[in-house]
Design a protein around this ligand. Structure first.
Ligand SMILES: [Zn+2]
Length: 429
């Protein structure tokens, strides 16, 4: 099936064309991503007072000549300049910005600008859609969606569509209630009793409502999650779920790529060693800036009696100085658990061929173990085993975990509704 995805079964003329189109698709995808990085868009905001101090790290200062200053006015040229700020509307900065800027006008320009760049991608997308369509038809499929889904568990675009429609129907009443609650909150807090909820309002008012209801302080939460304890928590979890233990093993000379790297072996009391895991969790200069799981070697059956053990690496970017132990915020704890779910998927799978080992499964199953593990990071029964205050040793209070879960669930229906929304918006255009 994998070879047929590349067109091995086609006549040589069609196969050549399929090869050309595959290369074009890869290049267009790369161009699309590069454009996002090189042209994040920006907005200039005047006067500087519109941006609260706590957001100054997201923007850079700029100056403009004050219009209307008469030629004869006193003072030097410098005095006639007004300070403002420039915001690069790159997606993660924009998100943090929209949550915290009280001025609706500023939120609007940032939202509109951030969601309409890079313009060059309009053309890239048109080309990509046309190229993918030609490729899919060459392969004998009606559409690219049909081609892309045919080897997944969902199997067809119709299944995906009906699933999303059904889900949307179930979630709709709750999402409507949430919408009304946010709108009412806006009306009460903006002094405009008829104010409509605009797209650039949602992040701001939901954030305000969450903080008002749960009064969560991320630094207080982080004090319960020193990194070594989080690893200890994962240890307790795999032991209780799978009867598997893990412990640190020494590295051979030249085996690791950095002194921070730790090697762990997974062990089962009767099956013996199950696989190896490298942990490289702290950020440092020049390091790949995301959190990810890498399969270094897949498992496979070598002979009747021998199995090649899988080797994987977890690379994260948790910050902290080398002097103090790193403490994770809860999003990072969730990320660590997620990536560890991927690692276990690789380490615990037993397959005949390396090609099918671990996370090399149908695309829509690949995130199942990681999502399961993510949910453990929200479960008090799991958290109480390891989340202890770095100085007092107190176990994380149950009420605190309940507040964290409450804040996460507060607009859950709205979050879910976003998926079908994107789909139907794009199919309507
Ligand atoms: Zn994942």
């Amino acid at each position: 099936m994998d070879l047929e995805k590349g067109g091995i079964h086609l006549c040589s003329e069609k196969r050549d064309r399929a090869n050309e189109l595959s290369i074009d698709i890869i290049q267009l995808c790369r161009e699309y991503n590069e454009n996002i990085i090189t042209d994040p868009g920006h907005v200039n905001i005047f006067p500087a007072s519109k941006i609260p101090k706590r957001l100054h790290h997201l923007v850079s200062p700029i100056y403009r000549n004050l219009s209307g200053a008469s030629k004869g006015s006193l003072g030097s040229r410098d005095n006639m300049k007004e300070q403002g700020f420039r915001l690069a509307t790159e997606s993660s900065t924009l998100q943090g910005f929209l949550q915290c800027v009280p001025d609706a006008g500023v939120r609007k320009v940032a939202y509109v600008q951030g969601n309409s760049v890079p313009h060059a991608n309009l053309e890239v997308l048109d080309k990509l859609i046309a190229t993918r369509h030609e490729f899919a038809q060459l392969m004998g499929y009606k559409s690219y969606a049909e081609f892309a889904l045919h080897s997944t568990m969902a199997a067809s675009p119709e299944v995906v569509l009906s699933f999303l429609l059904e889900m949307s129907k179930v979630v709709r009443p709750k999402a409507d209630q949430e919408f009304e609650a946010i709108q009412n909150f806006k009306r009460e807090n903006s002094g405009d009793p008829r104010g409509e909820l605009e797209p650039w309002d949602e992040a701001y008012f939901t954030w305000l409502m969450k903080s008002a209801t749960y009064k969560l302080d991320s630094s207080v939460i982080a004090s319960y999650f020193p990194l070594p304890q989080c690893i200890e928590g994962l240890k307790v979890l795999v032991e209780s779920l799978f009867g598997v233990t893990f412990h640190k093993v020494p590295l051979a000379p030249g085996e690791s790529w950095h002194p921070d790297v730790m090697k762990i072996v997974l062990h089962h009391p009767t099956e013996g060693d199950l696989g190896y895991l490298y942990l490289d969790l702290k950020s440092r200069k020049g390091k790949y800036p995301i959190c990810a799981h890498f399969a270094i070697r897949g498992g496979r059956r070598v002979s009747e009696t021998e199995y090649q053990l899988p080797v994987v690496a977890l690379v994260c970017n948790f910050s902290g100085s080398s002097l103090a132990p790193v403490r994770l915020n809860h999003f990072e704890v969730e990320t660590l658990f997620h990536e560890f779910g991927h690692a276990l998927h690789s380490l615990l799978s037993r397959t005949e061929y390396q090609h099918f080992s671990g996370t090399r499964v149908v695309l829509d199953f690949a995130e199942t173990p990681s999502n399961l593990f993510e949910s453990y990071a929200w479960d008090y029964r799991v958290l109480k085993t390891f989340a202890k205050h770095y100085s007092t040793g107190d176990i994380i209070p149950k009420e605190l975990v309940e507040s964290m879960v409450g804040a996460k669930k507060m607009f859950a229906a709205t979050e879910l509704q976003r998926q079908p929304f994107h789909l139907f918006r794009s199919s309507m255009q």
